[in-house]
Design a protein around this ligand. Structure first.
Ligand code: AHR
Length: 499
């Protein structure tokens, strides 16, 4: 039996809700079909947004949504996506599948989607193929409150009121699809472009996200920090950046081969778990460099693309990145979110890639049908960590499983007098008991105990069997100091204890 000791009164850092964020790109069937079906669709919708999907996302308590890309962002010209839909430019989505993009989902539709979901907005601007003027005018179009050419255009297009842009990314993956730049070149462009991301609403400034590294590219992080990190000035208030991004995907067989989403042996399973755990090394690596410039942690790390990336489902468009989602993905989500919680002093935002029908999606759709993936259920259990305070916790007596990995990972937070504990058993075959011990008797009341597990690491939900892997109630045994929970092999458990 493993032991988890919790110091529930020792708060370490605040868990920003945005750590549970999502990402939606004009890629495959994420936006079109997945989120937006158009006002004329037979699929029930409100202003074109699928009602079933929006309801599920509201239930998930999505805190923030990033859009329009991804690689698409650095090819996106926002003016193409405003005004009467019949006049909008039709183009080819060259990066993703070579399909026609009719721009029927643009700026107005994005804000409408976020309004319906009830989440914050994260817009990613175009540095790779866009101009400073284009970016500056987009910000003016979205947020300028008074009389101005762009605010007037917005009003003519039906939205006199400005919107709130919570986060703005100045380029995406500019070391790759966003222009193949060197760190110094990008960093200088960043300094220039971000100057014109104006804070028209002084009370609610836009938080600027600078493009950070791919995986372990410390050279990029250092180069960018060296050139464009600047702390907020006491009078001017804002520095050049509020966050630096990091992108990391789990490819079980590496970038070239990737590997099947549903067919894998135990060896590949543990390789996948190891790659999920690697997120912690990456946060330490890039966080360490950030600490050199920003020891007070005034800027955040935004892991705004993370998740599994497999070979596409057989028979689907390779450019659409559609993949199934198994118990293995539930474990990736549980492990990664525990890591983010533990590093919530630096990780201030993270966006799972991607929201619907692409990569490690929380929702899959097929025509009018929708299903929730195992990853959805894990994110749903973990939503209680949002806005909580991470507290000190320590596991002991944990066994070692494949690839030398610890069998159990955990994180614990406190919010509004409730302790939330999340645990992952990443063994493919062994169950384990965990003795959870609180440091005083105040939180003796078990409020909730849930599990995501299934008989097999390959289990997943299909349109024929939508609830094979789902969130269920789970029994625990009360003790003097807390509870003992039995964790089946390959399971994610969430417990809530109150006073
Ligand atoms: O999420 C898919 C792609 O992965 C994004 O467009 C890009 O930013 C990353 O390489």
């Amino acid at each position: 039996m493993a032991t988890l000791k919790i110091c529930e009164n020792e708060k370490l850092s605040h868990i920003n809700p945005e750590v549970y964020g999502h990402f939606s790109e004009h890629l495959g069937r994420c936006i079109y079909e997945g989120l937006y079906v158009g006002e004329e669709s037979d699929i029930p919708n409100v202003n074109g947004m699928r009602s079933d999907v929006v309801a599920a996302l509201r239930e998930l308590k999505v805190p923030v949504l990033r859009w329009p890309g991804g690689c698409f962002a650095d090819e996106y010209h926002w003016e193409d996506g405003i005004g009467p839909k019949e006049n909008r430019k039709k183009m080819i989505n060259t990066h993703w599948g070579g399909v026609m993009e009719d721009n029927s989902f643009g700026t107005h539709e994005f804000f409408e989607l976020c309004r319906q979901i009830g989440c914050k907005t994260y817009i990613n601007g175009n540095v790779g193929s866009g101009t400073v003027q284009e970016m500056s005018e987009w910000v003016e179009y979205m947020t300028f409150p008074g009389v101005s050419p762009m605010a007037d255009l917005r009003a003519r297009n039906g939205h006199p009121e400005p919107w709130k842009v919570d986060y703005f990314g100045v380029g995406n993956e500019n070391w790759g699809c966003g222009g193949n730049m060197t760190p110094e070149y990008y960093a200088n462009l960043y300094r220039r472009y971000q100057t014109y991301v104006r804070h028209y609403d002084k009370a609610a400034p836009i938080r600027k996200v600078c493009c950070g590294a791919n995986v372990d590219d410390a050279f990029w992080t250092r180069g960018v920090m060296e050139t464009c990190f600047k702390l907020p000035h006491p009078e001017h208030h804002h520095g050049f950046m509020d966050a630096l991004s990091l992108h990391y995907y789990v490819h079980p067989l590496g970038w070239e081969k990737k590997g099947s989403a549903t067919e894998f042996d135990e060896k590949v399973f543990y390789t996948t778990m190891k790659k999920a755990m690697y997120m912690e090394d990456l946060i330490n690596l890039h966080g360490g460099i950030m600490d050199e410039y920003d020891p007070e942690k005034r800027i955040g790390m935004s892991v705004d693309e993370w998740g599994s990336w497999y070979t596409v489902e057989p028979g689907t468009n390779p450019g659409f990145l559609y993949q199934q989602n198994t118990v293995r993905d539930a474990l990736i989500a549980g492990i990664t979110l525990n890591i983010f919680n533990k590093h919530s002093d630096r990780v201030k935002m993270a966006c799972l890639a991607q929201m619907v029908n692409v990569l490690q999606a929380v929702i899959l759709t097929e025509g009018p049908e929708m299903l929730l993936t195992p990853t959805y259920h894990v994110m749903h259990m973990y939503r209680h960590h949002q806005d909580g305070d991470l507290v000190r916790s320590q596991l002991s007596g944990v066994k070692t499983v494949g690839e030398g990995l610890p069998q159990i990972t955990e994180s614990v937070s406190v919010k509004d007098g409730v302790v939330t504990v999340t645990l992952v058993n990443l063994s493919a075959s062994e169950s384990e008991k965990v003795d959870i011990q609180l440091s005083d008797g105040a939180y003796g009341k078990l409020l909730e105990s849930k599990i995501v597990a299934s008989g097999d690491i390959h289990d997943h939900n299909t349109f024929e069997d939508k609830d094979k892997v789902t969130e269920r109630d789970w029994n625990v045994t009360g003790t003097d100091k807390g509870v003992v929970v039995e964790m089946p092999a390959a399971s994610v458990v969430e417990l809530r204890l109150g006073k």
